[in-house]
Write a protein that binds this ligand. Sequence first.
Ligand SMILES: [Zn+2]
Length: 243
Amino acid sequence: MKYEQNIPFYIHKFKDFPWKVYESEHYIFHVGEKSLAESDIDVIKTRQESAYAKIIEKLELAPPGKKIIYYFYSSQKEKAKLMGDGWYGQTICNEFTVHAVYNEKDKVVGEHEDTHLLSLQMGLSIGLFEEGLAEFMVGKSMFGNNHNDVIRSGLKKGLSVDIKNLMSQQGWLDTPDEEAEFYYSVAGSFVAYIYGNLGLDILKKIYSVMDRGSTREENIKILESVIGQNISELEASWRTSIN
Ligand SMILES: [Zn+2]
């Protein structure tokens, strides 16, 4: 299975880097010699193995039969130089790999990126559900805040959200990067709401039938047929749950 990810920046210079390699039951970790990631490697192993167990159990997923491969960079700059982009964490689906920043300030560990890889057995959903599922598994925002708190304060300062606009891949990509915490929290909260109110089976069904190649109208139609109600009703009851 090949996944169509939009990652034109991706380069493989990291392959030439003199990594030190550590393994645990479900992971292979690449760290720089004498880096913070290397000195924290036992903590990282424990953290990721517990994330792995939580994701597989809560989402009732099949173990993938191969290890998740991590590359830890000591700065955003080093990451940009070696893999082409300086964003904190990225999953490369076809290589079953995570590229992540790990230093005193930013430690990209935990459930988020691993959820992207372990959920591939359900397909590659649209951003709203892909990021939403990962945020739901983490249980808090990228800066450690409660998702619904982030949404409430975002709405207060004038941000707005219409779930229908996020029902295509382009709609998700059009959300502004500088408000990532808000939109990721919306996605996480929305997925948590579906899980809590419609159940895991419906959530997984929605996840797998949303299509990156489809328009917002097509995805809405499919979602409505899965949940048996209008998307506006679902959105309204989700909004009520936030307040
Ligand atoms: Zn993500």
